[in-house]
Write a protein that binds this ligand. Structure first.
Ligand SMILES: [Zn+2]
Ligand SMILES: [Zn+2]
Length: 377
């Protein structure tokens, strides 16, 4: 396991899908720019227009891809890690109910609203930390990842809070790039079959033929993937959550984080619309806590938990264990902003009036629960 040569080989192997995609993109650049635009297209204005537009799509696509690959994985803040003494205490306790009591005690000041399926505090044994809401352990990365969506071998990175916007843009711009290339090369693809392409371009004809095939093929696969992730963005779910309904303190709720499509979109892409389409980090919050939709049910007694308040000395940014920090917004700001939006919608008759409250609540120790150690793949 600790063989450094083997570890190095494994790390190298993980880059193969990225190298594969990069080689395809570089080849497509050559085929489009050199073989098609320079040699096959005879009209100068057409060459210029095609090349300018192509480079716009190419650059924004490559930028999004780069950002998705190299964004540092969002890791839980230090306050979620157990101290050495707490870990010892937990490990030396045989009774699961006592372990769970310890965890509940340790988590009492943390902003948690989700639980394991058994109703226990979510604990990660390998990382020795209490998992923040929507955080999962990635066995490929060997760490807990904030708002983990999935581990993507094509970017050799975990897709989560720190790069989900980049990933969605990467899919969107990848699709746009493929559609543009397929749309502008189809004319030369048809000419190839009709044997109308100038013989002087020689083997270039085959580059254009495969360019069209590859662009059309990738368009088809990307359209479904991009469509699926747009659906997830608008319903405020991660891929993991779409397969396994998150468990809240009040029970399972697949729409527990759903704040309405407009707010859901802002949670990933930010408030400033001018930055939505650029692969720069603009997601809201800190990745550690998320506004939730709490179902209003008058038959139930009012919740006894008090809304979370941040301590006066809470930092304006939260570290992720790797030197990266994201700007955070105060809990009350998030709640009020969203609440105001919802109230406005309700007044305009557009909103779901059952969405009465957006609340971030503190931990309630779950009396009879069993310790449950989760390890997502
Ligand atoms: Zn972990
Ligand atoms: Zn991962």
């Amino acid at each position: 396991m600790s063989n450094p040569v083997l570890n190095f080989c494994i790390r190298l192997m993980k880059w193969l899908p990225v190298v594969f995609i990069t080689l395809i993109v570089l080849w497509s650049y050559y085929a489009y720019v050199v073989e098609m635009c320079v040699f096959a297209i005879t009209s100068l204005p057409q060459k210029v227009v095609y090349l300018v537009l192509y480079h716009v799509f190419f650059l924004i696509f490559v930028w999004s891809y780069y950002q998705t690959i190299f964004a540092p994985v969002g890791k839980p803040a230090q306050e979620f890690y157990l101290s050495k003494a707490d870990v010892d205490r937990l490990e030396h306790e045989d009774r699961e109910d006592r372990q769970q009591q310890y965890l509940a005690q340790m988590a009492k000041d943390l902003p948690l609203v989700t639980r394991t399926i058994g109703g226990s505090i979510r604990y990660c044994e390998p990382c020795q930390l209490i998992k923040p809401d929507r955080c999962h352990h990635c066995s490929m990365c060997g760490t807990c990842v904030l708002k983990m969506d999935h581990h993507c071998p094509w970017v050799n990175n975990c897709v989560g809070y720190s790069n989900y916007k980049f990933f969605v843009l990467f899919l969107g711009y990848g699709l746009l790039y493929c559609i543009y290339v397929a749309g502008t090369s189809v004319e030369y693809f048809i000419k190839f079959w009709n044997k109308e392409l100038d013989d002087t371009i020689g083997n270039g004809r085959f580059h254009i033929l495969f360019l069209f095939f590859a662009a059309a093929m990738f368009s088809i696969s990307l359209v479904s993937l991009f469509g699926y992730h747009l659906y997830l963005v608008f319903s405020n779910r991660t891929t993991l959550e779409s397969f396994r309904t998150p468990m809240f303190r009040h029970g399972p709720d697949k729409d527990g984080f759903n704040l309405g499509s407009s707010n859901n979109l802002k949670e990933v892409f930010g408030e400033d619309r001018r930055l939505w389409f650029l692969p720069v980090f603009t997601s809201l919050g800190d990745g550690l806590k998320f506004p939730t939709r709490v179902q209003y049910d008058p038959s139930e007694p009012a919740p006894t938990d008090s809304p979370a308040t941040e301590s006066p000395d809470s930092p304006d940014s939260v570290g992720f264990g790797d030197g990266m920090s994201f700007p955070t917004r105060r809990t009350s700001e998030d709640s009020h902003q969203l609440l105001n939006d919802r109230q406005r919608w309700a007044e305009e008759g557009e909103g779901d009036v059952s969405d009465r409250e957006t609340a971030l609540t503190t931990v309630q120790p779950p009396g009879r629960s069993r310790m449950h150690v989760e390890a997502e793949t």
